[in-house]
Design a protein around this ligand. Sequence first.
Ligand code: SAH
Ligand code: SF4
Length: 372
Amino acid sequence: MLSDIKSFTREELEEHFRSLGEPAYRVGQLLDWLYVRRVTTWDAMTNLPKALREKLGANFSLQILELARKQGSADTTQKFLWQLADGAFIESVLIPANPALYGEASDRHTLCISTQVGCAYGCKFCASGLDGFKRNLGVHEIVEQILATERWNESVMREKTAEPPATNHESRIVNNIVVMGMGEPLANYENLMKALKILNASWGGGIGARKITISTSGLAPQIRRLANEPFQFRLAISLHGATDEVRNRIMPVNKKYPLSELTAACENYQELKGRMITLEYILIAGINDSLAQILPLAMLAHKLYAKVNLIPYNKVEGLPWQRPSEEVCEGFLAALEKQNVTATLRREKGHDIDAACGQLRLKTEREMAGTA
Ligand code: SAH
Ligand code: SF4
């Protein structure tokens, strides 16, 4: 199988072009077609000689994500179900900017991207893990989620204005990335790092490292590894419980890396990067929403200089878990704030379209299998 052109860095492409006997400036032209104009065929790269296009086609694949299904919600959160070249499905979610969430205020959008087909970590509340793990996404499949979303937006704009879409970095809709879709990003470490390098590079996606947030369920050794990378990515921990007792009940990963290990790895990250960590805390009725969690959670947050994002649970079809009442959620927030913790409560966007990742894929696969 051919390697995909979008899985290489500029340096690697220059190396390939040298061995193909092509001048280096052609790489710049190619990258412009891929990441600025976001074309979908070799033939669209009209300033590359036909012979070179043929050579590229013989040496590399140029895979495009196919939009299989889209859900848009009233508050304009859009959920995309993409079909990959092998037929598997993944999701990305486009969320209008919310200054209170990941990072500073912005007038544009955050794209939540997937890193695996399915997930092996089997958190009890999560749709992504329900049908187990299929495979890691390739570098190009991670990168393509941003490009395919931009193409979708261009086509919508084109319908609206009947003008040719602008094709430059400024015309982009996605300016924040959260790696919080399907899969455990740090379990696909190499591909994730390379994809983020491409998305971050000025010759590639041009998205600042500070606008990229990686979320993990708590893979302590990989958090330490990430701390030593030369990138200032933001880190979010899916905590969902401030004691081992609670985490063990809902997140099997905690048996492997208990809170003491996870906390030490986060401290290491915080010290090396000097960046504020985010602790994600889904509120699930009767599981982790008791005020007994407040003190241990506040202690953790202070120790890690972390802020806490409270997220009322999104109901997953077929799972017994429920979101707590609004009063319980607000009470939890108030109790945390009383402990001087910086905390936000997501007054959910996209709840009406099953925004938690993994749900659209699950629904579609079950419908296809005739079990929905
Ligand atoms: N595997 C990584 C990233 C993907 S999950 C991780 O676990 O961090 C992204 C976030 O969505 C996680 O915080 C996860 O716990 C949360 N999540 C999963 N199912 C959810 C649901 N039904 N409602 C709300 N959040 C959910
Ligand atoms: Fe996997 Fe994250 Fe879902 Fe857990 S919460 S099953 S780690 S995707």
